[in-house]
Write a protein that binds this ligand. Structure first.
Ligand code: ADP
Ligand code: ZN
Length: 196
């Protein structure tokens, strides 16, 4: 926005640049999608324009909706490249992106650009992969974000707060899409890192 073009969003002033980034991260089943949906619904109720994206490969339940493991849902747009979020953001004041770990490192610059335009950007994703290693680009987004929420599940072994995702199958690819049939929430002590 250079002052000669109309503002991208309706704000208190054309030069209002009050954008920011929020990250919701944690293991699978910790309620990241539920929390993302909760924040986006509240913005919609306040009549803010909201755009919601998720990666096209995550077709766990639905192609065009964000759906939590508890079946709460909200319409969304499936995209394959992070750039499409920028292209399809339109005039939305609030942007939601789920499954951030399935986008490449480009997502960081895209979020920076959108926040720089004065928008509220809410990102949800896994902070660790099935080995317990940082899952890019979520760690980079945590460094960049104004607000961070770490969600915890409940360890299915011992009931402690769980911050790890245990893969139950022997597959070794970093991205293997699945839900309760392939993964379960485990705490630090019950997590069994896969052999290398
Ligand atoms: P995430 O996006 O973090 O994978 P979701 O928001 O999709 O999580 O789903 C959260 C829901 O998953 C919970 O409300 C609960 O119904 C369900 N769930 C399944 N297993 C667990 C678990 N071990 N601990 C907590 N919630 C679980
Ligand atoms: Zn445990």
């Amino acid at each position: 926005m250079d002052g000669t073009n109309p503002p991208l969003i309706s704000g208190p002033h054309p030069r209002h640049r009050g954008g920011w980034i929020e990250v919701i991260c944690g293991p699978m089943f910790s309620g990241k999608t539920e929390e993302l949906i909760r924040r986006l619904r509240r913005a919609q109720i306040a009549r803010q324009e909201v755009a919601i994206f998720k990666p096209g490969l995550d077709n766990r339940y639905s192609e065009d909706r964000l759906v939590s493991h508890s079946q709460v849902s909200l319409p969304s747009v499936a995209v394959t490249r992070a750039e499409e979020i920028l292209e399809r953001a339109g005039a939305a004041q609030v942007l939601g992106v789920d499954e951030a770990q399935f986008f490449g490192p480009e997502l960081v610059g895209i979020c920076r650009e959108l926040a720089g335009q004065g928008r509220r950007v809410i990102i949800a994703g896994l902070d660790q992969d099935y080995r317990g290693e940082p899952f890019e680009p979520v760690p980079q987004l945590l460094a960049e974000a104004e607000y961070i929420t770490k969600t915890l599940a409940i360890c299915v072994r011992c009931g402690a707060p769980a911050n790890r995702t245990q893969r139950l199958s022997a597959e070794s690819a970093r991205v293997v899409v699945g839900a309760a049939e392939r993964y379960e929430a485990r705490c630090r002590s019950c997590f069994e890192p896969p052999e290398r």
